[in-house]
Design a protein around this ligand. Structure first.
Ligand SMILES: NC(=O)c1ccc[n+]([C@@H]2O[C@H](COP(=O)([O-])OP(=O)(O)OC[C@H]3O[C@@H](n4cnc5c(N)ncnc54)[C@H](O)[C@@H]3O)[C@@H](O)[C@H]2O)c1
Length: 345
């Protein structure tokens, strides 16, 4: 029997995820919830779904769903996730899981109480090179990983056009570094204890987007390992990179780097130099390939075989706690401690 999905939020990711779910043999989209009609209608047409709602709570009340994909803006994940779990649905939620540590703990409670499968779409974990680094670290090939660096920078059209309606409520760290922080914390297999961050608001503020142009943050983990995360979203729109992405881990007896700037293709076309992206989500003949479809497939596997999802609520709590501390440090100008009593207990 196909797993019946509802999608909350039919913007860029809701539609991208819907296209993947639609082609899975063991899943079907049966309902959509989205307050903006101009986004709901085309999605309903594309997925041939009749059960459409402007309020997701009505969808959860009326539709017998097995699973929900939450693809709302960064700051609007918590309530749809908790309400979906309470309605008896398994949940796949977009990153970041929540945008406050208190909310991440509410999600943790709901997952534990309902026992439903819960996975965050930190799809980079399914990208082979990142997975290979995890395997090398686990096999001891780098010794103990002790220093990390990650950069994920985007052109300015990302906050000002692509995410125009909500970028000012988020930040480049929530939107971009969240992926790198998930990977590094997974690689280090460690508990974050302290964060020191600096950010600047100048270019976007001048254009009335009151959010950071860029943030650099240093996260210290419980054995003294540390990693620096950079995220900026003010590159000129002529940048071929979307994103300009690089990661490095230095261990006690080895080091490794991943340069994902160009995703393998350099192309010169009439208007500019471009690097088309294919690694995360790309249709090859009749099937979607890449990290995102692999992540969705893995979520379906966890539901069908009653296994623990590979990015679970504890990963989400750690990730949000780091990002929450980054934003506290930006506000205070000082290092901020991370207390994760929920994970240690
Ligand atoms: N995993 C990844 O690789 C990846 C990539 C890009 C974005 N994201 C994340 O996906 C999420 C969505 O991003 P996006 O680019 O699709 O944004 P988007 O603005 O294109 O889409 C969000 C949609 O949610 C709708 N929405 C807002 N409030 C709602 C509510 N209460 N109920 C139902 N729908 C509601 C909006 O109207 C909009 O259509 C964000 O959290 C973002 O960070 C993840």
């Amino acid at each position: 029997m196909a797993i019946k999905f509802g999608i909350i939020g039919t913007g860029i990711m809701g539609v991208a995820g819907g296209r993947i779910i639609q082609l899975m043999e063991n899943a079907e989209i049966v309902a959509l919830a989205e307050p903006v009609m101009a986004r709901l209608k085309p999605a309903a047409n594309e997925f041939s779904v009749k059960a459409v709602f402007s309020d997701y709570r009505e969808m959860l009340e009326k539709e017998p769903l097995d699973a929900v994909y939450v693809a709302t803006p960064d700051t609007i994940h918590t309530d749809p996730v908790i309400d979906s779990l309470n309605a008896g649905c398994h949940v796949l939620v977009e990153k970041p899981m929540t945008t406050s540590q208190a909310d991440s703990e509410r999600v943790f409670d709901a997952v534990k109480r309902t026992g439903k499968k819960f996975q965050i779409n930190f799809n980079h974990r399914w990208l082979s090179p990142y997975h290979k680094i995890k395997e090398m670290i686990s096999a001891g090939q780098l010794g103990e990983p002790i220093i990390g660096y990650a950069r994920k920078n985007n052109p300015i059209y990302v906050p000002t056009e692509m995410l125009a309606s909500w970028a000012k409520h988020s930040s480049p760290a929530w939107f971009m570094s969240s992926h790198d922080i998930d990977l590094m914390t997974w690689w280090f297999d460690a508990i974050p204890v302290e964060v020191y961050a600096r950010g600047v608001k100048r270019v976007l503020k001048q254009r009335d987007w009151d959010t950071y142009d860029g943030i650099q943050s240093m996260v210290t983990y419980d054995n003294g390992q540390f990693a620096t995360f950079e995220a900026a979203w003010i590159y000129p729109n002529s940048s071929p990179y979307m994103p300009d992405s690089f990661m490095e881990v230095i261990g006690t007896s080895g080091s490794t780097q991943i340069n994902r700037q160009a995703e393998a293709i350099d192309a010169i076309v009439e208007e500019k130099f471009v690097c088309p992206r294919t690694f995360l989500n790309y249709k090859v003949f009749e099937h979607w390939q890449g990290a995102m479809p692999a992540c969705v497939k893995s979520f379906l596997y966890a539901i069908e075989h009653d296994t623990e999802p590979h990015v679970n609520v504890i990963d989400g709590v750690k990730n949000t706690a780091i990002l929450d501390a980054i934003h506290r440090s930006l506000a205070s100008g000082k290092p901020e401690k991370i207390t994760l009593s929920l994970i240690r207990s």
